[in-house]
Design a protein around this ligand. Structure first.
Ligand SMILES: Cc1cc2nc3c(=O)[nH]c(=O)nc-3n(C[C@H](O)[C@H](O)[C@H](O)COP(=O)(O)O)c2cc1C
Length: 205
């Protein structure tokens, strides 16, 4: 199974990376996996300019006019069957690099309009190139008590919009130092099981 690990932390060797690796180990305990790891902050990914040419392309227009690493990344994503999305809690939401990255996933979606007899758009819906692909959510936070509900909701809602099948999540708390999660046996066990679920579970749409 080809799996992409999307790591939203700018801190190499930190808690998010360690947890995501543990999820991948769980997946690898069930089947042969090929892991494509994407350190989002290490790529040239520009802010979405909001032009929406990727969603409503005029005839002959390119999908996205920004000249950066995203076209290659989107092709890498299209080749994967399952995904692990990991982020630290930064200012109570996902990391800035990950939010920028998510806003650049619109080219994976296509708007299918409902058009009435007069040729007017009356509604419609989106299709997604990632529809049905499995996804696991990983969050690491510094606060030992208060949970990362907003961080989780941002990830979950976007995965739903992309039509992905969610198999579960791990939210690890109290990880201020870069290696703190390594001492959290329960969280690491949960992350391993999440990897097993990524391979074996039917999941939720
Ligand atoms: C800019 C910044 C903002 C943060 N905001 C929060 C926060 O709002 N809530 C929280 O619990 N932890 C917060 N943290 C702590 C991180 O979520 C925590 O250290 C996390 O484990 C880092 O993961 P990493 O080691 O993979 O980078 C913040 C850290 C940084 C650098």
């Amino acid at each position: 199974m080809k799996i992409m690990a999307v790591i939203g932390s700018p801190r190499r060797g930190g808690n998010t990376e360690f947890l995501v690796e543990r999820v991948a180990q769980g997946a690898a305990s069930c089947t042969d996996i090929e892991l494509d790891t994407l350190f989002v902050a290490e790529h040239n990914i520009g802010y979405c300019a909001g032009c929406l040419t990727c969603t409503f392309p005029p005839p002959g227009a390119k999908a996205c006019p920004l000249p950066d690493d995203m076209p290659g990344i989107l092709e890498r994503m299209a080749a994967c069957e399952a995904f692990i999305f990991g982020t630290p809690n930064h200012m109570r939401t996902v990391s800035a690099p990950l939010l920028t990255f998510f806003s650049r996933l619109l080219p994976l979606m296509e708007f299918i309009p409902d058009i009435n007899a007069e040729g007017r758009i009356t509604g419609g819906g989106f299709t997604s190139r990632l529809s049905g692909r499995r996804a696991a959510i990983v969050v690491s936070q510094g606060d030992p008590v208060f949970s990362s509900a907003l961080v989780h909701a941002v990830l979950e809602r976007n995965l739903i919009d992309l039509g992905m099948t969610r198999v579960g999540d791990v939210i690890s708390r109290g990880n201020m130092g870069p290696q703190d999660v390594r001492a959290k046996a329960d969280d690491l066990k949960e992350a391993f099981q999440l990897g097993v679920n990524l391979v074996t579970m039917t999941g939720m749409r």
